[in-house]
Every structure is written in structure tokens, then in C-alpha cells.
Design a protein. Structure first.
Length: 121
């Protein structure tokens, strides 16, 4: 291990301690940084670095953030099917993708969204 790697590891460990102190203090990031004499941008820089280091250490580093899903685009021609059911919902389906929303939501807006999701690059 070279001196640059050692210095980086040291800084990451020190900032992990600072982040833990901030969390345990119950203060907001802004209040903690003001009290500790740390610039907010510096805090968030090291927070990002710590997250990157944690993610790269996990197995399967091609993580998908929670709440997101992969969308594969298709070159197939789109045919839209619109259905309404008794639960006041409207569903729009094209190319195997279905979007369902409250019955009051305009179907044309759902169709436009669906066109963007399934349109070819």
C-alpha cells in the first residue's frame, strides 16, 4: 500500500468518525458544521466519498438505487390498450409495460409518459 492510499484511508476513517459524531449529536448538518468549524461543502464532499467507498466495498458493485428500476427500450411498434375498472383506476399498456393511475388522472398524460418510456433511442 502506498502513502497516498494510506492517507486516503486515514481521511476516510476520520470523516467517518465526524459523520458519526454529527449523527449522534442530533444536530442538522448545517448546525453541526457551524459548531465544528467545517464548511458544509467539505462535509458533503466527504460524505459522498464515504458512500462511494462503502458501495465499492460491497459485492456486486453495479447497485441500482432503491426506488429505481432498469427500463429497456424496445423497437416494437406500440399499440395502446386503455382500461378502466371499478376501483376508479385507469391503466395504459404498451409493449408489455403497464401504467396504472387514479381514474381522474388524464389518460392522454399517461399515454405520453408511456410513449417516453418505450420510445426507441
Amino acid at each position: 500500500m502506498d502513502t497516498r492510499s494510506i492517507a486516503t484511508e486515514y481521511r476516510l476513517a476520520r470523516w467517518a468518525e465526524i459523520m458519526k459524531e454529527r449523527s449522534e449529536s442530533g444536530l442538522s448538518v448545517k448546525a453541526f458544521c457551524e459548531k465544528a468549524g467545517i464548511h458544509g461543502n467539505t462535509y458533503y464532499y466527504w460524505q459522498r466519498k464515504l458512500r462511494e467507498a462503502a458501495c465499492s466495498a460491497l459485492p456486486g458493485t453495479d447497485l441500482i438505487p432503491s426506488g429505481f428500476t432498469e427500463v429497456r427500450l424496445s423497437n416494437k411498434p406500440m399499440t395502446f390498450t386503455q382500461t378502466a375498472n371499478t376501483n376508479s383506476q385507469v391503466s395504459i399498456e404498451a409493449s408489455g409495460i403497464r401504467i396504472t393511475a387514479c381514474g381522474e388522472y388524464p389518460a392522454d398524460k399517461l399515454a405520453a409518459l408511456l410513449r417516453e418510456v418505450v420510445r426507441p433511442c
